[in-house]
Design a protein around this ligand. Sequence first.
Ligand SMILES: [Zn+2]
Length: 89
Amino acid sequence: MPHPKKRKTKSGRNERRSHHALKKIALIACQKCKQPVKPHLACSNCGYYNGKEAIDVLKKLSKKERMKVEKVKAKEEKKGEKKETVSNS
Ligand SMILES: [Zn+2]
């Protein structure tokens, strides 16, 4: 069986582990929904990348979840219409 011949000192052990720290992930805000997203990847919340829809996010959801999302979207659209009418008049 393999076995270490000599004990490693604390400093040797710590020097080895000095490279083990994890780096912080750089996140950017999604252009469409402002959620934090990894750069160069499509947004997992809205499925958009570079102003175009890259992923159909609703496809993976169940029917119940899909209905929920569509309800929220419809509400937001109604709000947007109301604001537009106010600004026009
Ligand atoms: Zn997004």
